[in-house]
Design a protein around this ligand. Structure first.
Ligand code: NAD
Length: 338
C-alpha cells in the first residue's frame, strides 16, 4: 500500500540515505522531510532527489507543535531520525541534546497519538545499553538488556526511547524502536570517526586517535541500516524494540589501521589524543530477533570491501566535505582535539 512518510532529520547522514533508499525501493510513496538544518543537516545530501514530485522538504523544527501537527495530519507514519547525534558535543554542552532529543520527541509523540493508528518508528542507538567489558566477547546487548546510559547523548536518547514506550503503553501508539550500532557510509558529517580520519588523511593531516584505541564498535553500513528500518516499518509488531547490527566488531585501532591501509598511509599519521571522558569500552549487539522475526540481516557491511568503497566515496566527493569542513566545524575541531 502506498504510504506518505514524514521523515525527521532527513538532511542528516542516515536520514538522507534513508530517503534516497525509500524513493528507489518504493517509487509510489511520498516523503515529507522535516529538518531544521542544524550544523549537521545539509540540503546538498539530497540534491539529486530534491526536484522529484514524491519528495517535499519542510525547513522547520520538531519542537514546533503547530507545524508538527499539520505535517502529521497529512502523513501516514513518521520515521524519526532528528537528533543531536554526537557524543563529544554532548560532553561540551548537553542542553541542545535535551531540547531536540527529549522535548522534540515529546512534541512528535503528542501529535502522533492524536491521529488514529499513526505509525511511529523511533530511531535509537545501542549506546542506551551502556557498554560491555573488553575481555568478555561472549556478551552482547539484547533488546532485554537494561538501559544504562553513560553519556549525555545516550541519556537523552534513552529518555526519548522511554517516552515512546510510555506512549505505546498509555495511549496505544503504534510504534517500534530500533537500536543500531555505529553506521558508516556516504554523507556522514566529518566529525564522526570514519569521515574525520579519511578526510584528514586526504588533506595529509594526522588522525586524532582517542586513548589506546582499544575501544570496540560494531560497524553497520548505512544502507543495511536503511533496509532494516524499512523492514521494521513494513513488518514490525507494534510495541517491539529491534536491535540492528553489522556483525562487524572492530577496535578503534583496527579501524584506524584499515583506513590507513585503504589510503596507502603509514602509522606515523596517527596522533594519539587524550581519551574521551567516560569513553564506553565496547558496544556489541545481538540482532537475532530482527533476523528471525523480520528476515533481515546485513549484506553490505563486511570489510574490507565496504570500508574501501566508503573511503573511495569521500575521495571522489571532496567538494561535498570541503564545504562542510569550514567555519563552525573548524572551531569545534580546535576545541575538541587542540
Ligand atoms: N550515526 C550513527 O552511527 C548512529 C548510530 C546509532 C543511532 N543513530 C541515531 O540515528 C539518528 C540519525 O543520526 P545521524 O548520524 O544521521 O545524525 P546527523 O547528526 O547526521 O543528522 C541529524 C539531523 O537531524 C536534524 N535535526 C537536529 N535537531 C533537529 C530539530 N530540533 N528539528 C529538526 N531537525 C533536527 C539535523 O539538522 C540533521 O539533519 C539519530 O537519532 C541518532 O541518534 C545514529
Amino acid at each position: 500500500m502506498s504510504q506518505h512518510l514524514l521523515v525527521t532529520g532527513g538532511c542528516g547522514f542516515i536520514g538522507s540515505n534513508f530517503i534516497r533508499f525509500v524513493l528507489e525501493q518504493r517509487p509510489d510513496w511520498q516523503i515529507t522531510n522535516l529538518d531544521s538544518l542544524t550544523y549537521s543537516g545539509n540540503g546538498e545530501n539530497l540534491a539529486d532527489v530534491a526536484d522529484l514530485d514524491q519528495y517535499h522538504f519542510v525547513h522547520g523544527d520538531i519542537r514546533d507543535d503547530e507545524l508538527v501537527k499539520q505535517l502529521i495530519e497529512k502523513t501516514d507514519a513518521i520515521i524519526h531520525f532528528a537528533a543531536e547525534s554526537h557524543v563529544d558535543r554532548s560532553i561540551l554542552d548537553s542542553k541542545p541534546f535535551i531540547e531536540s532529543n527529549v522535548l522534540g520527541t515529546q512534541v512528535l509523540l503528542d501529535a502522533a497519538r492524536r491521529k488514529e493508528d499513526y505509525r511511529f518508528i523511533h530511531i535509537s542507538t545501542d549506546e542506551v545499553y551502556g557498554d560491555l567489558p573488553l575481555d568478555r566477547p561472549d556478551l552482547l546487548f539484547t533488546e532485554d538488556s537494561p538501559i544504562c546510559t553513560h553519556s549525555p547523548y545516550s541519556a537523552s536518547k534513552a529518555a526519548s526511547d522511554l517516552l515512546v514506550g510510555a506512549y505505546h503503553h498509555t495511549f496505544g501508539l503504534n510504534m517500534n524502536i530500533t537500536r543500531c550500532s555505529n553506521n558508516f557510509g556516504p554523507y556522514q558529517f566529518p566529525e564522526k570517526v570514519i569521515p574525520l580520519f579519511v578526510t584528514n588523511l586526504i588533506e595529509n593531516e594526522k588522525v586524532p586517535l582517542y586513548g589506546d584505541g582499544s575501544n570496540i564498535r560494531d560497524w553497520l553500513h548505512v544502507i543495511d541500516h536503511c533496509e532494516a528500518i524499512l523492514a521494521v516499518f513494513e513488518k514490525g509488531t507494534s510495541g517491539e524494540v529491534y536491535n540492528i547490527s553489522g556483525n562487524n566488531e572492530r577496535s578503534n585501532l583496527e579501524l584506524t589501521g584499515a583506513i590507513l591501509d585503504a589510503m596507502g598511509k603509514g602509522k606515523d599519521m596517527i596522533r594519539p589524543v587524550e581519551d574521551r571522558l567516560g569513553h564506553d569500552r565496547r558496544y556489541a549487539i545481538d540482532a537475532s530477533k530482527i533476523k528471525t522475526q523480520l528476515g533481515w540481516e546485513p549484506t553490505r557491511s563486511a570489510w574490507p570491501q565496504a570500508l574501501e568503497q566508503t573511503v573511495q566515496w569521500y575521495i571522489t566527493h571532496a567538494t561535498w566535505w570541503q564545504r562542510v569542513k569550514t567555519g563552525e566545524y573548524r572551531t569545534y575541531y580546535q576545541k575538541q582535539y587542540g
